[in-house]
Design a protein around this ligand. Structure first.
Ligand SMILES: Nc1ncnc2c1ncn2[C@@H]1O[C@H](COP(=O)(O)OP(=O)(O)OP(=O)(O)O)[C@@H](O)[C@H]1O
Ligand SMILES: Nc1ncnc2c1ncn2[C@@H]1O[C@H](COP(=O)(O)OP(=O)(O)OP(=O)(O)O)[C@@H](O)[C@H]1O
Ligand SMILES: [Mg+2]
Ligand SMILES: [Mg+2]
Lengths: 227, 227
């Protein structure tokens, strides 16, 4: 399970401070599908970063699958992320000089698969997200929604048990968006992956076991969905 | 008015080609509010780039307010854009080393306003999009939806007669998204601006005079909305 206890995240801004997260506590069971909803600026991305060990909390603790990641140093965090977490970024974060296929292969370098297996695995996933004909395109040669799907494929390719997705359908039309949501739902139902999605898309929320409402860095409400 | 005649845009990809736009013809009246809808990869951004003179068509002509921009060289295009067009980019394109206020002030340098007027105008617009408390933040210190709103403010600050917006609500919750749509609707109704919005958000389409459906680089259908 994932345990977030009394997490506070403060960004210093010159003389003042931004309280991006205020005393957040939340527990997520293994295999749960969780949605983070909330207005722009309410702290969704920051919460995902803290869970993923990409940002350090000022206060509080985060435990993931029994490991206290808030105690880890950069190397331990890096290793943990590589083995356990697939992260879909809100602004994609793709390598601009590499093709879609190369971008998706990157997590597999650490798993030390041979080149042919890496390529097969990466391209198979790109086909799954509808990008079979865009495998050799670099990010600058892709539409916004295509870049978003490369970012999704990259997060999934090493088959991580925890997926953190930051607005994964923001640049997609409703049909393509549904296909992506279906992909996440299947990974959750069939493969038992724990999934936390920050989104503005209410269509995603209907599939969640749990909906967490954020506002101004605080949890306003948690809704349990009977699925 | 805006006249697009038989526009084709081809991207060469090694041995093959991508037909991003195929023989597109479309006329838009001055003061019209137009929505471009279509699946991810269908050509929306490319069409906006060609209209805005940011990409060169391989075939066809584009006339805007009586000027044949497809005949213009880079300098003429640059001047035309500066005077007539506000462009909201799908991936924001903000200067990362400058604050939100400085980013929004940039189009006003060409209008040669003094520093105090520029700052007032820029900050006024940032307040209008809900970013009064984020004026001194750089893009890396802003949420995704906040960066998107800075990009919107920057496109509007020099009061251009033509606004081209590429998925301006993609990173916004529905409440903030509605406020942005309302802003565009008012600029169209009260200030007579011509607005072309590429979007996946059907909530935007309901306000459009005209909805253009794209698929695989072609216009599938044009719907006139009685508003
Ligand atoms: N520089 C390029 N080189 C090759 N192909 C390109 C290039 N830029 C865009 N494309 C391709 O052209 C097609 C249209 O791209 P465009 O960005 O206009 O789509 P879009 O409708 O805006 O999609 P989205 O909704 O995902 O933003 C896409 O299939 C894309 O892969
Ligand atoms: N590096 C930073 N320095 C200062 N303030 C920051 C920084 N990063 C984020 N913030 C602020 O923290 C708050 C939360 O940001 P966050 O990105 O988590 O919001 P969000 O819920 O993901 O928003 P969106 O829906 O727009 O993506 C925002 O008000 C933002 O301005
Ligand atoms: Mg965010
Ligand atoms: Mg686009």
């Amino acid at each position: 399970e994932i345990l977030i206890q009394n997490v506070t995240k403060i960004y210093p801004m010159g003389e003042s401070k931004v309280y991006a997260l205020r005393d957040i506590s939340l527990s997520i069971k293994q295999g749960e599908f969780v949605c983070l909803l909330g207005p722009s600026g309410s702290g969704k991305s920051t919460l995902l970063y803290v869970i993923g060990g990409l940002e350090e909390a000022n206060e509080g603790r985060v435990d993931i699958f029994g490991e206290r990641i808030t105690d880890y140093d950069q190397n331990q965090l890096s290793l943990f992320r590589r083995n356990y977490i697939g992260f879909v970024f809100q602004s994609f974060n793709l390598f601009t000089r590499h093709t879609a296929s190369e971008n998706v292969q990157i997590p597999l370098f650490f798993a030390r698969r041979d080149k042919r297996t890496r390529k097969e695995q990466a391209d198979g996933l790109l086909e799954l997200v509808g990008l079979k004909d865009r495998i050799l395109h670099k990010p600058g040669e892709l539409s916004g929604g295509q870049q978003q799907r490369v970012s999704i494929a990259r997060a999934l390719v090493s088959d991580p048990p925890l997926i953190l997705a930051d607005e994964p359908t923001g640049n997609l039309d409703s049909k393509t968006g549904k296909e992506i949501i279906e992909l996440f739902v299947n990974l959750n139902k069939d493969n038992g992956k724990t999934i936390i999605i920050a989104t503005h898309d209410k269509a995603v929320a209907q599939f969640a076991h749990k909906i967490v409402y954020l506002r101004d860095g605080c949890i306003q409400n948690v809704e349990e969905n009977k699925i």
